[in-house]
Design a protein around this ligand. Structure first.
Ligand code: CAA
Length: 391
């Protein structure tokens, strides 16, 4: 190809959102300003942001990853990431509820369920009448997800499910659970995915965790005792559960990466406002150089990692596996969220540390982004495996 030919084609990299996505981002920003003012109270009172989530449902924010034929808006992963950054910049408890519902439940159902299953569950999920939860982790299988022990034994036209799932986001509020259970002895191929409804006999909400942050988002145990699960609630085929779980987590990790961007942005905004308010008699900023350097580094990383998130989301929207890219996005963005929140507390000093503004809450909220949906070291493992895999 000649140099002229290269000069005359549109460039590959497009570092701005389309006008439609900018409009959507501003729409979500408006929702956040209008409905998420209670973020500090949800945290202080350990209260689920029910009204905020219902307002989001009414505005169509719980259906962005669902196809139009099933009542969704089919906006996809990039739009969902843009939305989640806006929501999480104001309220992480609302943010994680919507992220799990859209990226771990609706996406999974849309990709892996048959038509009858979609017609059964989507009408309730897209309207927010039901919230969804994703039940993979157990007491002895967190990072090593394939070590799960919950079992589903086939008996004629149904399965009998027994086990307990731990650290389930939205556990006490969800009416629909995607549950991963063992249907055979093979470590990987012995895992299957099921949809379980909360109203079924034997499904119970166990202990609620007392948490450092994200206190408005209920994290609970889900107990499954002799639950009769009709065979038509099996998702895809027996033995496909682990693939479904990890494929879905590639999308979920983008939700948490976007949450991390939101937290980082909120922390950077606090630092900016604090430093900009410190002026000398001539109106010049008096911020120390080290504080300015911190602000500069954080702001540059925020922009860079947002592009990592968008890249992975665009790949996923194109149907390309993005495990490595999603892990890069999550590991970088979640570490940034922690760094930015720590810097905000340090730079704002006693005001930041004492809860007089959002800095202290952001610091507590940021911590989990490096833990759930795959801890940072798991993301690094996924990245390294991706880099070392034979091409
Ligand atoms: N997409 C599709 N298939 C995938 C996949 C992906 N992203 N990743 C792996 N697989 C497939 C592999 O190809 C492999 O299939 P074959 O055997 O046919 O080749 C199979 O799955 C097994 O893969 P691995 O050998 O990589 O499995 P592993 O046991 O070594 O585990 C792991 C890999 C990366 C450590 C995985 O266990 C993991 O991601 N752990 C973290 C778990 C996690 O993120 N939990 C989050 C809980 S949910 C949560 O936090 C939500 C919330 O509440 C907010």
């Amino acid at each position: 190809m000649s140099t002229t030919a290269v000069a005359n084609v549109p460039q590959v990299a497009d570092f701005v959102l389309s006008p439609e996505l900018i409009q959507f981002r501003d729409f979500v920003r408006g929702y956040a300003q209008q409905h998420l003012g209670g973020a500090a109270a949800y945290d202080a009172e350990v209260k689920f942001p029910r009204d905020a989530v219902q307002a989001a449902a009414q505005l169509g924010l719980l259906r962005t990853t669902v196809a139009k034929e099933h009542g969704g808006s089919a906006m996809g992963n990039l739009a969902s990431c843009v939305m989640l950054e806006e929501i999480n910049a104001v309220c992480v408890s609302t943010g994680v509820t919507i992220s799990v519902h859209n990226s771990l439940v609706n996406s999974l159902l849309g990709k892996w369920c048959n038509d009858a299953q979609k017609r059964r569950w989507f009408p309730k999920l897209v309207t927010g009448e039901w919230l969804g939860a994703y039940c993979l982790s157990e007491a002895f299988s967190g990072s090593d997800a394939a070590a799960l022990r919950c079992e589903a034994k086939r008996q004629g036209d149904h399965y009998v499910m027994n086990g307990a799932k731990l650290w389930i986001t939205t556990g006490s509020e969800a009416q629909l659970f995607v549950v991963f259970a063992r249907t055979g002895p093979d470590r990987i191929k012995g895992i299957s995915a099921f949809v379980v409804e909360k109203s079924w006999p034997g499904v119970g909400v166990g202990k609620k965790e007392r948490k450092l942050g994200l206190r408005g988002s209920p994290t609970t145990e889900i107990v499954l005792e002799n639950v009769v699960v009709p065979a038509d609630c099996l998702v895809a085929q027996e033995g496909q559960g682990f693939t479904i779980a990890l494929d879905t987590l590639d999308g979920g990790r983008l939700g948490i990466a976007s949450q991390s961007l939101g937290i980082a942005r909120a922390a950077i905004d606090l630092i900016k406002a604090h430093l900009a308010a410190q002026l000398d008699a001539k109106g010049r900023p008096t911020a120390t150089q080290p504080d300015q350097w911190q602000l500069a580094d954080l702001a540059a990383d925020l922009d860079a990692y947002r592009f990592l998130v968008w890249r992975a989301a665009i790949l996923r929207d194109q149907g390309v596996r993005c495990s490595t890219e999603a892990a890069m996005a999550k590991s970088c963005a979640s570490r940034l969220a922690n760094r930015a929140a720590r810097a905000a507390v340090s730079i704002l000093g006693p005001v930041g540390a004492s809860g007089q503004n959002a800095a202290e809450r952001l610091l507590r909220d940021a911590r989990i982004t490096e833990i759930y949906e795959g801890a940072t070291d798991i993301q690094r493992l996924v990245i390294a495996r991706g880099l070392l895999a034979p091409s």
